[in-house]
Design a protein around this ligand. Structure first.
Ligand code: PHE
Length: 339
């Protein structure tokens, strides 16, 4: 018996095949119900009791080795076969975890979608900017206290190079190369030197809009912003404009929307006022048009700017601004349905 097992093992070690059919024939020859190895195992009954242990181990070894060899033959045959050769072995293993869009991206895309339906195209610019595009071309006079409104990060040893504090710099970049009509939306990240807390961060995201053409009026601005508010927060949303000040717009205003939570009745979120501030806007200051090469006697424009975090907070009631930049998967997963 031991001799038989040894010989069959030697035989099995030599097996080779040229097709799937040949491999299957080998499997049947050795391992099927009527196969040679199966027959040996049936003979095991007749082995004297004192040899059973040794023979049993050898028979199992033979069977396992035969299965291994036949499976290897199958595997090598399959990978050289046309059907399976184009498997992408660099692909991520299943199950593939699908990510979710970041809430700020979701809100940004929604804002872009609304304004692109109104004919606004997109423009982007650098985050590391020069003083001219962020301040001077936007009518911030040298040493004007208005520059203090936005706490600026400067690049050490290059006082002229700064991290942009608003995306108005992109408006300037568009106007210097394009004559009216100009109708652009400028989304992007901006930086301000503020202590990080639940309510403030040293960077955040803005979307600014600019429309310059003949006969652009404040009424146009108001109408576009009302439409935006209704699209963003719901058909029954109301807006109100309060006079404000920005160096680059005159007149300037801040816009509130009726509270998205209590619909204007007054609640904790709107501090009882029924209104929530969401953006700054105004008619482009003639000095800004001139500084950027546009004739202010022929053209007028309006501009507006809003913080994406602010809008996202109002939509999703995110209590702590820091959550937006911490990449906590549990937080991000909550926006799966909004994707
Ligand atoms: N740039 C302003 C800010 O960052 C927002 C704004 C843009 C206001 C356009 C009016 C017009 O605060």
């Amino acid at each position: 018996m031991l001799e038989k097992i040894k010989n069959m093992l030697a035989e099995v070690e030599q097996l080779h095949a040229n097709s799937a059919e040949e491999i299957e024939a080998l499997r049947i020859k050795y391992l099927s119900r009527k196969g040679e190895i199966t027959a040996l195992m049936q003979d095991f009954r007749n082995v004297p009791a004192d040899q059973k242990r040794e023979v049993g181990v050898k028979i199992n070894e033979l069977k396992n080795r035969a299965m291994e060899i036949i499976n290897d033959l199958k595997a090598s045959f399959e990978t050289s076969d046309g059907d399976t050769a184009d498997i992408d072995i660099t692909r991520t293993a299943y199950p593939v975890e699908l990510g979710t869009r970041h809430p700020l991206t979701i809100v940004k895309n929604e804002i872009i979608d609304i304004f692109s339906r109104l004919g606004f195209s997109l423009a982007e610019g650098p985050e590391v900017e020069d003083d001219w595009h962020v301040f001077s071309s936007m009518n911030f006079a040298e040493d004007h206290p208005a520059r203090d409104m936005q706490d600026t990060f400067f690049v050490e040893s290059h006082p002229d190079i700064i991290l942009r504090t608003h995306t108005s710099s992109v408006q300037s970049r568009v106007m210097e190369v394009q004559q009216p009509p100009v109708r652009v939306l400028c989304p992007g990240r901006v930086y301000r030197n503020e202590a990080i807390s639940a309510r403030a961060h040293c960077f955040f995201h803005q979307v600014e809009g600019l429309y310059v053409d003949k006969d652009v009026s404040f009424t146009d601005l108001k109408q576009v912003l009302l439409l935006f508010a209704k699209e963003m927060f719901g058909e029954d949303t109301q807006i109100r404009l309060r006079p404000s000040y920005f160096p680059f717009t005159e007149p300037s205003a801040e816009m509130d929307v009726s509270c998205t939570l209590c619909k204007g009745k007054g609640c904790g979120m709107c501090k009882g006022s029924g209104w929530l501030e969401i953006l700054g806007c105004g008619m482009v200051h003639p000095a800004v048009l001139e500084a950027n090469g546009i004739d202010s006697t022929k053209y007028k424009g309006y501009a507006f700017g809003m913080g994406i975090e602010r809008i996202a907070n109002l939509k999703y009631q995110v209590k702590d601004l820091r959550l937006f930049s911490e990449n906590d998967v549990r937080f991000l997963k909550e926006f799966e349905a909004a994707n």
